[in-house]
Write a protein that binds this ligand. Structure first.
Ligand SMILES: *[C@@H]1O[C@H](CO)[C@@H](O)[C@H](O)[C@H]1NC(C)=O
Ligand SMILES: *[C@@H]1O[C@H](CO)[C@@H](O)[C@H](O)[C@H]1NC(C)=O
Ligand SMILES: *[C@@H]1O[C@H](CO)[C@@H](O)[C@H](O)[C@H]1NC(C)=O
Ligand SMILES: *[C@@H]1O[C@H](CO)[C@@H](O)[C@H](O)[C@H]1NC(C)=O
Length: 542
C-alpha cells in the first residue's frame, strides 16, 4: 500500500510522544513500591559485528579422575569417553544447527594421536600429581576420532580442534617450555582427518601457554614461528581440499605485550586470536553468588575486551585476525556445584556474551558443553542446565549486528541490543540483577519512546510513515525466571513455563509471548528478558 501520512497518524504520534516524555521524566526515581522506571536508548548504527554462529561450547579431555577441591565433576564427559549415542546430547547440539564446538582444554597439550607415525603405545591419561597438569600423557585412538566425527556430522556441529602444542619441547620444572614445536604427530593426524573427508572448521595451536602460561609457557617469538609452521602445513595438506580451515591461536589469557608481538608477526598465518576468560575466580570461592550479582565484578572484564580490541586495531595494517573467546567458564577449576549449574549463572553468561559482542568478538566458546559444574548439560544426566536455554535463545534471537544500548540508570539493570536475527527490527536483552525491584523499561530514540505508532524515526527531521502490517502491533518477549523465584534453582521458566526435555529427549520449543507494543517492557526482579521489537526500524538492521 505504500507510505501514508495522515492527520490521525500524526495526532497519535504526538499523543504517544507526550505520554512517553512523562514516563521518561521519572527516570531514575522509584515508582510504586519495588518498581523502577528505566529508559534505554538504542544506538542508531552497528558498533560491532559477530559471527552468525557466535555461540560456541567446548568439549574437553578431562578424565573422570579430574577432581577439584575434593569434588570430581567431570564423570564421563571427556572426548575420550562421552556417550555419543545419548539422545539428549544429539538433540541439544542439533538444536543450534550449527553449534561451534571447540575441542580442547588443559590436557590437549598432552594428547598424542594414534596415527601410524606414533612410535609408542596409545595409552589413556593416568592421574599423577607430580606430572604437568596432574596427569600422564594421553592418546586419541583413531576409531574414537571416527566416532566423534560421525557424531559431529549427524549433529551439524562446526569443529575447532585444539592441537598439542607442547610436542617436542623441553619443559623445565615450574618453568618455560623451550624449543620448537614438533608437528610430526599433528601433521599425520590432520592428514588422516582430511583423508576421511572430515570437515574441521579450524585448527587451534595450544592451550594457555601464552604470556605467563598455566603450568608452563612458550615465548611469543617461538609461538610465531610455530604458528607459521602450522599455516604452511595446512596450506600443503589442504592444497586440493575445500573448505580451508581457519588457524587459531594461542588460546590463552590476554597478556598485552605477548599478544601484540604475536599478532604483529603472524599477519599471513593467523585467522583468529583466541583468549580465555575466568573472571569470577576460583570455583572454591565462597562469594561466587555475590560476585555474579555485583555489576562492578561483571564490568571488570570490560578492560580486557577493550585492551584486546585496541591491540588488534593497532596491528591492523599487519593482521586481519579477529578475536574469539576460545574458552570461558566463569569460575576456574570446573566451576562450582549449586552455582555454575543454576539460573544465576546466566546473569554472568549472557552478560559476558553481550559484552564480548560490543567489542567485536566474533565467537564465544563456553566451557563446557558438558562436563565440570559449568556444563551447559549436566555431566551425568545430560539434562540441560539453565545456561543451555540461555545459549539457545541467544543463538536464535541475537543478530550479527551489535547496537549500542545505554540506560538511564546504570545500577543493577543491564541492557544490550542487536539487530534481530532472521527477522525485522531490534532484539533487546535485559538482565535484572536486583532481587527486589521490577524494572519498567521504555525504549527511546532521541528521547522519543519507540512504540508501534505507525512512524519510524530515522533521525532529525525525517519522519516516515510506512504502512504497517497488523502483526506489528505486538512485541515478542521471552522472560526467563528461576523456578520458585530461587536464582539458585537448576530449573528455568520461559514465560512462566518450565523448560524441560521430553521423555524422548526432545529439546522444548522456545516460544515468545506477544505483548502490546504500547506497553513498557517489564523485567521482574532477578530475571532475564529478550524483547523483539519488529517495529523498531534501524537502517543497519534492514
Ligand atoms: C609420575 O610422574 C613423574 C613425573 O613425570 C614420573 O617421574 C613418575 O614416574 C610418574 N609416576 C607414575 C606412577 O607414573
Ligand atoms: C572423500 O571424498 C572424495 C571426493 O568426494 C571421495 O572420492 C572419497 O572416496 C572420500 N573418502 C572417504 C574416505 O569417504
Ligand atoms: C531485598 O531487600 C532487602 C532489604 O534491603 C534485603 O534484605 C534482601 O536481601 C533483598 N532481597 C533480595 C532477593 O535481594
Ligand atoms: C494496545 O494498547 C493500546 C493502549 O493501551 C490500546 O489502545 C490498544 O487497543 C492495545 N492493542 C491491542 C492489540 O491490545
Amino acid at each position: 500500500m505504500g507510505r501514508r501520512v495522515s492527520f490521525l497518524g500524526l495526532c497519535f504520534w504526538v499523543c504517544m510522544f507526550c505520554c512517553g516524555a512523562a514516563s521518561a521524566d521519572s527516570r531514575g526515581s522509584s515508582g510504586e513500591e519495588g518498581t523502577v522506571q528505566v529508559t534505554v536508548s538504542v544506538g542508531k548504527s552497528a558498533i560491532a559485528e559477530i559471527d552468525d554462529d557466535f555461540v560456541c561450547a567446548t568439549l574437553d579431555w578431562w578424565p573422570p579422575e579430574k577432581c577439584d577441591y575434593g569434588v570430581c565433576s567431570w564423570h564421563r564427559a571427556s572426548l575420550l569417553n562421552l556417550d555419543l549415542s545419548n539422545k539428549i546430547l544429539l538433540n541439544a547440539v542439533k538444536a543450534f544447527s550449527p553449534l561451534k564446538i571447540r575441542l580442547g582444554g588443559t590436557l590437549q597439550d598432552k594428547v598424542l594421536y594414534n596415527t601410524p607415525d606414533l612410535k609408542q603405545p596409545c595409552t589413556s591419561f593416568v592421574k599423577n600429581s607430580s606430572a604437568l597438569f596432574g596427569f600422564t600423557q594421553g592418546c586419541l585412538p583413531m576409531a574414537r576420532w571416527d566416532r566423534l566425527n560421525a557424531f559431529f556430522k549427524e549433529s551439524g556441529a562446526k569443529i575447532i580442534f585444539g592441537l598439542n602444542a607442547l610436542n617436542g619441547r623441553t619443559i623445565q620444572p615450574q618453568g618455560p617450555a623451550v624449543g620448537a614445536w614438533d608437528s610430526t604427530n599433528a601433521e599425520s593426524f590432520i592428514r588422516y582427518t582430511v583423508s576421511k573427508n572430515y570437515t574441521i572448521f579450524g585448527w587451534e595451536l595450544g592451550n594457555e601457554l601464552s604470556g605467563g602460561g598455566i603450568g608452563t609457557r612458550v615465548t611469543a617469538s617461538q609461538y610465531v614461528s610455530d604458528t607459521i609452521s602450522l599455516k604452511n602445513l595446512i596450506l600443503d595438506i589442504y592444497k586440493d581440499v575445500e573448505p580451508k580451515p581457519l588457524i587459531l591461536a594461542p588460546g590463552g589469557f590476554v597478556d598485552s605485550s605477548w599478544f601484540k608481538e604475536f599478532l604483529d608477526n603472524t599477519p599471513k598465518s593467523l585467522d583468529v586470536i583466541t583468549h580465555h576468560i575466568y573472571n569470577l575466580g576460583s570455583g572454591a570461592d565462597q562469594h561466587l553468588v555475590e560476585k555474579i550479582l555485583d555489576p562492578t565484578v561483571l564490568d571488570g572484564e570490560l578492560a580486557t575486551f577493550s585492551n584486546l580490541q585496541s591491540i588488534i586495531k593497532s596491528s591492523a595494517s599487519a593482521t586481519s585476525a579477529v578475536a574469539w573467546v576460545g574458552e570461558a567458564g566463569g569460575a576456574y577449576n570446573s566451576g562450582r556445584d549449586h552455582v555454575s549449574n543454576t539460573f544465576l549463572y546466566s546473569f554472568w553468561y549472557l552478560d559476558q556474551m553481550a559484552m564480548a559482542s560490543t567489542f567485536d568478538t566474533k565467537t564465544y566458546c563456553r566451557q563446557a558443553f558438558i562436563g565440570g559444574n559449568y556444563g551447559l548439560l549436566d555431566a551425568t544426566s545430560f539434562i540441560p542446565n539453565p545456561d543451555y536455554y540461555s545459549a539457545l535463545l541467544w543463538h536464535r534471537l541475537m543478530g550479527r549486528k551489535v547496537l549500542g544500548a545505554s540506560l538511564s540508570r546504570s545500577d543493577k539493570i543491564r541492557a544490550y541490543a542487536h539487530c534481530a536475527k532472521a527477522s525485522k527490527g531490534v532484539m533487546l536483552l535485559f538482565i535484572n540483577l536486583d532481587g527486589n525491584s521490577t524494572a519498567e523499561v521504555t525504549v527511546v530514540n532521541n528521547g522519543t519512546p519507540i512504540r508501534n505508532h505507525r512512524h519510524y524515526n530515522f533521525g532529525k527531521g525525517i519522519i516516515q510513515f510506512p504502512q504497517d502490517s497488523d502483526g506489528e502491533n505486538v512485541r515478542e518477549e521471552y522472560h526467563l525466571t528461576p523456578k520458585d523465584g530461587d536464582p539458585l534453582s537448576r530449573t528455568v521458566l520461559l514465560n512462566g513455563n518450565i523448560l524441560a526435555v521430553s521423555t524422548s529427549g526432545e529439546i522444548p520449543a522456545l516460544n515468545p509471548k506477544n505483548v502490546n507494543s504500547s506497553s513498557s517492557i517489564v523485567v521482574a526482579p532477578q530475571s532475564i528478558v529478550f524483547a523483539h521489537m519488529p517495529y523498531y526500524a534501524i537502517p543497519d538492521c534492514s
